[in-house]
Design a protein around this ligand. Structure first.
Ligand code: PMP
Length: 281
């Protein structure tokens, strides 16, 4: 496999990362995961925009134009002959003598690589189970930071208890999942947390909201509570890899009869149709 190291394609064995890379020592960097369907980068522009936005929010300057970066992502997929898969790309503030404040004149370090991933078809059909876990993360969850301790501790706790995902909440208010956005459906209306500093503005979330507008499904970007979550008619999550995933049970309590709900299925179908699978580009 070829991996991207700054603007060069190298073999993995050739990659050298400094012991003092700030990503490694501080989690001082940001990342993106971009889905590849049938060789095409899905919503590449949106992911690239968020990558640059996240970098800007932590004052890392990516030394390539977005067009050049887009071409690098495209070449990475092509060089590795990825059909269905994903690109992982991250940028750190670079390597310099360990100190908390930013180093002067240190170039950022970019790494990108691909892997093959299939669509989680069976899970999307059956639905998954989730559990409430207190959201202990910082107050800039809008940044796709490499610092994922709050996320991974939540995911591990959910995983240990046999759940697919953690539904994070700050006090009573549901924010998002440990690596997903969360939605409830009540009386035909979809509710999801607004995009503020408490959640990641999911690209899949924005695709879903656009599809709902086309389908004339009303959406309220309004936060809801844990109690309201348990009273929803349907519940689902979204992410680049999980797509639109029904949640059929929260902490052992069935949601909407314990099977994927009709609006969730409708959005899943619209999402799939929007991928134009099997249509030659
Ligand atoms: N929230 C968090 C905390 C995430 O890590 C992710 C996955 N990147 C998402 C939401 C979903 O975002 P997206 O749809 O862009 O993958």
């Amino acid at each position: 496999d070829l991996i991207l190291h700054n603007d060069k394609f190298i073999r993995e064995e050739e990659l050298v990362i400094s012991k003092e890379d700030r990503g490694y020592q501080f989690g001082d960097g940001i990342y993106e995961v971009i889905r590849v369907y049938e060789g095409n980068l899905f919503t590449a522009k949106e992911h690239i925009d968020r990558f640059y936005d996240s970098a800007e929010k932590i004052k890392i300057v990516i030394p390539y134009t977005k067009d050049v970066f887009h071409k690098m992502m495209y070449d990475l997929v092509e060089q590795n002959e990825i059909n269905n898969g994903q690109v992982y790309v991250q940028v750190t503030r670079g390597a310099s003598i360990r100190q908390h404040h930013f180093p002067a004149d240190t170039p950022p370090v970019l790494i990108g690589y691909t892997k093959t991933v299939e669509r989680p078809v069976e899970l999307m059909e059956a639905g998954v189970r989730a559990t409430f876990i207190e959201d202990i993360r910082w107050l800039r969850c809008d940044i796709k930071s490499l610092n994922l301790l709050g996320n991974i501790l939540a995911k591990q706790e959910a995983h240990d208890k046999g759940f697919y995902e953690a539904i994070l909440h700050r006090g009573e208010v549901v924010t998002e999942g440990s690596s997903t956005n969360m939605y409830g459906v009540k009386d035909g209306v979809i509710y999801t947390h607004p995009t503020d500093n408490l959640i990641l503005p999911g690209i899949t979330r924005s695709v879903i909201l656009t599809l709902c507008e086309k389908l004339e499904i009303p959406v309220q970007e309004t936060a809801f509570t844990k109690t309201q979550a348990l009273e929803m008619d349907e519940f689902f999550l979204s992410s680049t890899t999980a797509e639109v995933m029904p949640i059929i049970e929260i902490d052992g309590q069935a949601i909407g009869g314990g099977t994927p709900g009709p609006l969730t299925k409708k959005i899943q179908e619209a999402f799939k149709a929007n991928l134009n699978l099997g249509v030659k580009a």
